[in-house]
Structure formats: C-alpha cells, structure tokens
Design a protein around this ligand. Structure first.
Ligand code: NAP
Length: 514
C-alpha cells in the first residue's frame, strides 16, 4: 500500500479513517500516495483555526505577518527539488511547466511579503479620510478595514497545486486570516507537502495553516458567518457552492474562479510576418502547449482578420508540429501529459464537441510520443482547430476544452471581432496584438467590460511582456460572467476579500485614535 497522506487540522496531523483515494502518475500509471478525509471533526478543527490561528495571526500585525511570508519563501525555495519531483510524478509536467506552478507560487508569496512593508504597523487598515456628518465637523464618519474573525477555506482546482494554494494564502495570512486548503484530489500531494513543510518548520502559529485532502464532504457545512470561501474549479461545482446554505443563508463571502474561453485577437492592418503577427503566433503556441493547456487563462479562441486566416493557420501549425510530447522525465520532451485519465476523457470529449463545428488544422494525434505507452499515458498532442464560420458555431465560444487545444477563427472588421470575443460571456483574460496604439487602447477598454485582464502586445513589448496566460500578483486575476465573477490578486487589492469594512461614526478626537 502507498503512503496515506495526513490531514492537518485542529493543531495536529490526522489520518482519514477510510482506505483512501489513490493519486496516480499520469504517464506511468503507477499509484503514488493516497488521500482520505473520512471521519475528521471538521467543526472542531475549523473552530480551532478561527480561535487559535486567527487570534495569534491578528496579534502579529501586518509587517510581522509579512516577515512570516518571507520566511516561508525561503523554506519553499530550499525544498524546490522535492516539489519538482512531486510535480513530475503527479502532474506529468516538464520542468518548465512545473516552474509555472512552483516558482509562480514562490514569486507570488515573495511579492506579498514585500508589499507588507507598505502597510501600517498596526492591526487595522484605514479606508479613506474622515467625512463630516455634522456642522463644524463636530461629528464625523471614518471607514476602517479589519481582518475578518473567521477562516478562509480554499477549494482548489487540480492544475495549480502550488500556486493555487499560495496565491490565496499569501494575502489571507498577510491579512491575519487562518487558512484551510482543500486541494483537488488528483494532485493533492504537492499542496499537502508544502503545508507540511511550513507547519513542521513552525513558521506560523498553531491553527493558521491547515490542509484537508480527499472528499469535500462536510467542508461547507462547517463554515460560519465570518468565514470566507474561495473556490476554483468548474462552473458546475461553482453553481452547487453558490446554492449551499453557507453562502445562501449564512452569508459566507465567496469568491469564484471558474472556467473561461479566453481569446487572442490580432488587430487589422498587420501583415503576415509583422511583429504583431509573429507575437500572436508565438503566444498561441505557448498557451496551447504550456502545462498541456491546463491553465484557466490559456488561449482557447484565436481571432484574426479574414485575409490572414490561412497564413495564421499555417504559421501556428508549423510551430505546434515542432513540439515534442511524451514522458516529462525525458529531456527531449517539451510537453508532458494531462493530470489524469478523467481529464484525458474530458479533453477527448471536448475535442469531439468542437469538431462538430470546426476542422482540424493541426492534428495532435500526428505527434509520436517519446518514452510513453499510449495504453497508459494521459497524453494529447497539441491541436489547432479552425472554423471559417464563427458566427454560426455556438459550441466554439461555449466549450472550454481543458487541454492543448485552440480554435482559429476569422473576423470581418473590428466590430465583428469584438462581438465574437464577447461571445465567451466573460473571460479571465484576452490578449490583443497590433501596432496601432490608438486601436490597441480602444480595444483594451472595450474588452475591459467583459474581462478581468486585457494583455496588450505591441512591437515595443514583444520581447518583455509577461505573457497572456501568466497571472502576475500585481495584476487582477478573475473575470466576470462565465469566468465566475471573482477577483484575486491585484497587489494589495487582494486584502479586501479577507477584511471587513466598517464605518465608525464619532467625534473627530475619537476617530483620530483609530
Ligand atoms: P471541479 O471538478 O469543479 O473541482 C474543483 C474543486 O472542487 C476540487 O477541489 C474538487 O474536489 C472540489 N469539489 C468537487 N465537487 C465539490 C462539491 N460538490 N462541493 C465542494 N467542492 C467540490 O473542477 P476541476 O475539473 O477539477 O477543475 C478544472 C476547472 O477549473 C476548469 O474548468 C478550469 O477552467 C477551472 N480553473 C479555473 C481557474 C481560475 O483561476 N479561474 C484556475 C484553475 C482552474 P475533488 O478534486 O476532490 O473532486
């Protein structure tokens, strides 16, 4: 039997009472470890986190909590090799793709550790100036933000076991709010190991950082009114969460990051081979292949002017054809596998749905696999689909295939392009490529209404932009509508979710003491 990973709750490590669910190497098919959360006393564990973890964290203040984050950064850096080994085995990712998750997590934590220096050295964040409520300013109102007295529960997706934990835990812990993370079962190992390392190093107060691996059963029932809940995953599970009593009746604040059919848009007036054209081609290929397309921000739809449809199809296909796929342990491999057989099945199903409205421009099935057994490995080759009739094909705008797949579509004019992008019904990110700066700015503002982030690539930034799919802690992550309506990161804006805002009405001499 493989190791049963322990849960950390109530200040101690506890094994689930069931046999456990196996985590499997998606390339070799071997069992790695097991997880189980059966029989945990969730209400008692949550109460411990709120009471012990919350009070101790709040007693530290913002700057000291920032120092704890900096210490966690050092610890995680020291253990990077172990994290990479887990990612290779459990997520099937090549080194560069594991870095997006692991080093992305460490960078995000480090960013919040640094941001802490700009916060006040106390227990409260001011929010604007006092405003008079009576003649001669004898009575006034001032807003304050104080850390919520509950805990933060994270229910995370399988594709970012490291970054998904720390991009949320960094602002939560900095705000003084204890964390319970429930990683997606398929890749829970890396999250559990990172929590284990931090807890065992004693870098945080007891109860401040907890992990529950296995089923989500009972987690939402254990939430209380001042808790907050961050969910990352599919729109279907998000809908269940929104209807749960914790949210509907107990007003638990909820942030949802769901699926998203993100776009890349090449503006008019760019010739094949121009800097903007080449930048779009390169970025589409990167987004299709990094982490085998298992990024919530990955480009799924590519829009180019009608006249460039053929040239774009050819250029993207030529680059995709050069991608070697297979066992991530082989140095020659650029793209590894999907995380599980369930995902393999879902990607095949999604591809079949897209193919009802699109033709295959580059067939991922033509890639020979390096060092991997087709009967076992959960691999899909990078695939480009295309449809010359994007108006009549709802499936292309509605279907998020969570794998190495994008669909190329032509547009007639700027208005048509914007209308097509908007058919994603709200996305995490759109990238826009062109050299006309006025047109780029105008398009960015138009897309801002339906996207959490608009990534603009002009010739001046082709060599230095941060990438369509890379979520930078300085910028907002989240999107309206179908993308879940959530907001994360965005520098210190992330702290808002973990604070309660209150107005204090009093004599100015009292307000000055706040
Ligand atoms: P999922 O099935 O919805 O699972 C997400 C998480 O919810 C997992 O931890 C899962 O636990 C848990 N869960 C499942 N059923 C639940 C329930 N009834 N109540 C509470 N929690 C429950 O999603 P997925 O298929 O793993 O994730 C892929 C999706 O995530 C994609 O659509 C992708 O776009 C989206 N995603 C979005 C972002 C973003 O930031 N917007 C980031 C990454 C991924 P188990 O694993 O134990 O079932």
């Amino acid at each position: 039997m493989t190791e049963l990973l322990l849960n950390h709750l109530g200040g101690r490590w506890t094994a689930g009472q069931g046999a456990g669910t196996a985590l499997v190497d998606p390339v070799l098919g071997t069992e790695l470890v097991r997880v189980d959360a059966t029989g945990l006393d969730l209400p008692a564990g949550f109460a411990f986190a709120r009471r012990e973890g919350g009070e101790a964290l709040r007693a530290l203040g913002y700057r000291q909590r920032g120092e704890r984050l900096a210490a966690i950064v050092k610890l995680l850096q020291a253990n990077r090799d172990a994290y990479y080994a887990i990612a290779t085995a459990n997520s099937g990712t090549v080194k560069n793709d594991s870095a997006v998750d692991i080093d992305g997590a460490i960078y995000t934590l480090g960013t919040y550790a640094k941001l802490a220096a700009s916060l006040p050295d106390g227990a409260v964040l001011p929010d604007g100036e006092a405003v008079p409520l009576a003649k001669d300013n004898a009575f006034a109102s001032r807003h304050v933000r104080v850390p919520t007295r509950g805990l933060a529960l994270f229910i995370n997706a399988f594709n970012f076991p490291a970054w998904g934990l720390w991009e949320k835990a960094a602002p939560a812990l900095l705000a003084g709010v204890p964390v319970v993370v429930k990683p997606a079962t398929a890749t829970a190992w890396l999250t559990q190991r990172m929590v284990k390392d931090v807890v065992e190093a004693g870098l945080l107060p007891a109860g401040a950082l907890n992990v529950v691996c296995g089923s989500s059963a009972g987690l939402l029932d254990a939430l209380a009114p001042f808790d907050v809940l961050s969910f990352t995953g599919s729109a279907d599970t998000a809908a269940l969460i929104r209807r749960h009593d914790a949210v509907a009746a107990r007003s638990v604040r909820v942030n949802i990051e769901a699926d998203s059919v993100n776009s890349a848009l090449l503006l008019e007036g760019e010739a094949p081979g121009s800097a903007a054209f080449e930048a779009l081609v390169k970025e589409v290929v990167r987004e299709v292949t990094v982490k085998s397309g298992q990024k919530c921000t990955a480009i799924r739809r590519v829009f180019v002017p009608e006249a460039l449809y053929g040239a774009a199809a050819e250029a993207i296909s030529a680059r995709l054809a050069k991608t070697s796929v297979g066992n991530p342990r082989n140095e020659a491999v650029r793209m590894g596998s999907l995380v599980s057989r369930a995902q393999l099945h879902a990607v095949h199903q999604g591809l079949a749905a897209l193919k009802t409205a699109a033709t295959v421009l580059h067939d991922g099935a033509t890639h020979a696999w390096v060092d991997a057994d087709p009967a076992v490995a959960c691999i899909v080759g990078p695939t480009l689909l295309g449809s010359p009739d994007p108006d009549g094909a709802a499936v292309l705008h509605d279907t998020e295939v969570f794998g190495p797949v994008a669909t190329l579509m032509p547009y007639r004019d700027a208005a048509h392009a914007r209308a097509l992008v908007a058919r994603g019904q709200g996305s995490l990110v759109a990238s826009v490529y062109g050299s006309d700066e006025a047109a780029l700015a105008d398009t960015a503002l138009d897309l801002a209404a339906t996207h959490g982030r608009v990534h603009v690539v002009s010739p001046a930034v082709v060599a230095l932009h941060s990438g369509h799919g890379n979520v930078m802690p300085q910028s907002l992550h989240g999107g309206p509508g179908r993308a879940g309506g959530g907001e994360e990161l965005g520098g210190l804006r992330a702290l808002d979710f973990y604070h309660r805002r209150a107005a204090v009405q009093a004599a100015p001499s009292v307000l000055e003491r706040l």
